[in-house]
Design a protein around this ligand. Structure first.
Ligand SMILES: Nc1ncnc2c1ncn2[C@@H]1O[C@H](COP(=O)(O)OP(=O)(O)OP(=O)(O)O)[C@@H](O)[C@H]1O
Length: 691
């Protein structure tokens, strides 16, 4: 109440709300921070970092008790608590068609309308977006200084009338939030604008200048650009609310400086009272000092992930499959799809197969998308039920237009496979995703949780699969050991097939392996090379020894992708990565030229009916031929040649910079770092490469 009083004086709206006891001191919940007993480790695993965090905030925050009463949106309108137009937008069958608030919505609504600072942690897919949008838009309407009237067709609102600012870590998420905000605000006169990188800055800016803005949603880089430039006229001197969605991501090392800088362009909170809201499904302890610096003392800590409750990702069946080699990853993905389709064909009532496959590097997503598109175009697969599946990709290497098209296409499609880097791991709300498949151990627990959270949203069902190599065992146990993932040793024989041998026999697994190997062999050489380099950065961090990592990686490219020998690593890079003396490292400078030749040649590859000779054009210096998926698939891979990797090795790409996973600095949009850029150990040596 105090916050609202401070800002707008007495709020009639608030008086209309029923009195509730919302807060208790967190200290009363202290048993939660005790060390988990052996029997409860699995169910408490989500909280591996949270208990420490909870203890850290015990003294300075209040926790909101779980709501006993699930509220209907319509009641909020009847009470006069929320504007009737907003309620109509939310509840009308032809609009958002929502009836009842989710727990996080119910538990945060009044706190936010009161003007309190809130940190909210709730499971993925439980409606956090609406939880902050609804009260924030209502607060803007409550502000007597806000004029929503129009002169003719034109609003009276200036670009300096921004009352609330939402920061999102990725462009897609910012756009998605804006779409939802516009739905909620429809017909109220409130103006919602976006400022995201990768889009035309000028036209976006002119739109804000022309139409004005009450709620601005953006990515850190573009927001910084716009707010730092006084000539834009876009400013927020009357800002009341700052919202960090995916707050832990925005407060980690990668984004924190940008967030701090943006705060510098906002009014000083000691002069103009400001409410700050933070939402996420995960709140690791590392971000706590920044949470404390950003929120007011006594902020509300709303946590719907309770100790006695199985969090979303526990409810979803999660399976880990240990693969014979990394080359078995794509056949295993294909087998998951085929097994599911077979169940559907047997009459099980299942939704169409709609999966997101996550990789730890951009280049792997590209390679996988290419391979699966090759597969789709082949005669033997193309005519099957799965041949209809859309094979899409999203990663930060695509132009923003391509990214948006892929996201839209996947959103609308009832089925399909999206090969993605962590750009989509947080917040993205693709409907009806049946499977999340993660290949390789993700960089941390939070990444695993958010990726998994792309399925089983809004109460739906979903499955989670993790495909890993035995060499990642220690890393798996340290990052995900407390997550209740069940080992599956029977469902995916393709994960164990020996791909160094030509697949023989007519079993379903042989067919799956043969089909996938042919499709992998036909991937363009430059994609293979980039994938190799991209994986180098991640796999060395995941395996216990470099020697083992190199051996396994090389095997993938020879036995899986049909290369005669693994791609060459330039001597300088090998040295920087500490690979100079590691057996199996193919040191030389031939890869770069090969990529250039491949990029400049027209794409051939996989034609209907199989693998065309033109597929690896420009790649056959050794004169080798290819065929199917024999070991000599990419024979002719040159050795020790001019070129090699140097900074900006991938000239064809628009942007530079490489770090673990997604590139740390996505130059197209400095704010859009879908993936954390960790520069641990050998990965540093690959910075400047764009794989
Ligand atoms: N009250 C509600 N009743 C039913 N569905 C809802 C409700 N509120 C939101 N949803 C729907 O639930 C889905 C997930 O919502 P949202 O994207 O806000 O989840 P989230 O908690 O932000 O997830 P994440 O942690 O992944 O960002 C959306 O499709 C949204 O429309």
């Amino acid at each position: 109440m105090l916050g609202t009083l401070r800002r707008f004086g007495v709020s009639n709206v608030l008086r209309a709300s029923a009195p509730r006891t919302l807060s208790t001191r967190w200290a009363s919940q202290l048993p939660k921070v005790q060390a988990p007993s052996a029997s409860s480790v699995l169910t408490r695993s989500l909280h591996s970092s949270f208990p420490k965090f909870s203890a850290a905030v015990a003294q300075e925050s209040a926790e909101t008790e779980p709501s006993q009463k699930i509220e209907k949106f319509a009641e909020l309108g009847e009470q006069g608590f929320i504007d009737s137009t907003i309620i109509k937008n939310i509840t009308h069958p032809s609009r958002m068609n929502l009836e009842t608030m989710t727990e996080v919505q119910s538990m945060t609504l009044r706190e936010i309308v009161k003007g309190n600072d809130v940190l909210a942690q709730a499971k993925t897919g439980t409606g956090k977006t609406l939880a902050f949008l609804l009260p924030t838009l209502q607060n803007i309407l409550n502000d007597p200084g806000v004029d929503v009237s129009k002169v003719g067709r034109y609003s009276r609102t200036a670009p300096s009338e921004i009352r609330a600012l939402i920061i999102s870590p990725t462009r897609e998420l910012a756009e998605q939030i804006a779409v939802e905000a516009k739905k909620v605000a429809f017909g109220t006169g409130l103006i919602v604008q976006t400022a995201v990188g990768g889009t035309q800055k000028r036209s976006g800016l002119m739109k804000i200048q022309r139409e004005g803005c009450h709620l601005l949603i953006g990515t850190p880089g573009r927001l910084k650009d716009i707010l730092s430039d006084p000539w834009t006229g876009v400013s927020a001197p009357k800002l009341n609310t700052l919202i960090l969605d995916e707050a832990d991501r925005l407060l980690d090392q990668g984004f924190a400086p940008d967030i701090k800088e943006i705060q510098g362009f906002l009014p000083n909170p000691s002069e103009i009272d400001r409410q700050t809201l933070m939402f996420s499904a995960t709140v690791p302890r590392e971000v706590m000092s920044l949470v404390r610096q950003t929120l007011k003392p006594g902020f509300q800590f709303v946590q719907t992930v309770r100790e006695d409750e199985v969090p979303t990702h526990h409810r979803v069946p999660q399976k880990v499959v240990w693969m014979r080699g990394l080359e078995n990853g794509m056949p295993a993905v294909l087998e998951i799809a085929k097994n599911y389709e077979a169940r559907r064909a047997n009459g099980e009532e299942l939704r169409p197969f709609k999966a997101i496959v996550y990789y730890n590097s951009t280049a792997e997503t590209k390679c996988a998308a290419d391979a699966f598109n090759n597969l789709r175009r082949s005669d033997d697969f193309g005519k099957t039920a799965l041949g209809e599946l859309k094979m899409l990709e999203i990663n930060s290497r695509l132009t923003q237009g391509e990214r948006t098209r892929s996201a839209e296409s996947f959103r609308r499609s009832p089925s399909g496979i999206l090969f993605s880097s962590d750009v989509t791991a947080r917040g993205m709300d693709f409907p009806d995703v049946t499977h999340v498949i993660q290949v390789g151990v993700p960089r941390d627990t939070e990444t695993y949780i958010h990726r998994l959270g792309r399925t089983a949203r809004a109460g739906k069902e979903g499955e989670g699969w993790l495909l890993v190599h035995k060499g990642e065992d220690a890393c798996f146990r340290s990052r995900l050991g407390r997550i209740p993932i069940k080992e599956d040793t029977v469902s995916l024989p393709a994960a164990w097939a020996d791909m160094s041998q030509q697949a023989t026999g007519s079993s379903a697994t042989s067919e799956t392996v043969s089909q996938m190997k042919a499709a992998m062999t036909a991937v363009g050489p430059s994609h293979k090379i980039k994938s190799y380099m991209g994986q180098l950065g991640t796999i060395i961090g995941n395996f216990s020894s470099k020697r083992f990592a190199i051996e396994v990686l090389n095997k993938q490219f020879v036995d899986g992708f049909g290369m005669e020998s693994p791609p060459q690593i330039a001597p300088r890079v090998a040295q920087q990565m500490g690979l100079g003396n590691i057996p199996g490292v193919n040191i030389g400078t031939g890869s770069r030229r090969m990529m250039e030749e491949d990029d400049s040649s027209s794409s051939g590859g996989f034609s209907r009916g199989g693998f065309s000779r033109g597929g690896d054009r420009g790649f056959s210096r050794g004169g080798g031929d290819r065929g199917g998926f024999s070991r000599g698939g990419d024979r002719g891979f040159p050795r020790g040649d001019r070129g090699g990797f140097s900074r900006g090795g991938d000239r064809g790409d628009r942007r530079g910079g490489f770090s673990y996973g997604e590139r740390r600095g996505d130059r197209g949009d400095r704010g859009d770092r879908g993936d954390r850029g960790s520069s641990r150990g050998p990965r540093r040596a690959l910075e400047g490469f764009d794989f």
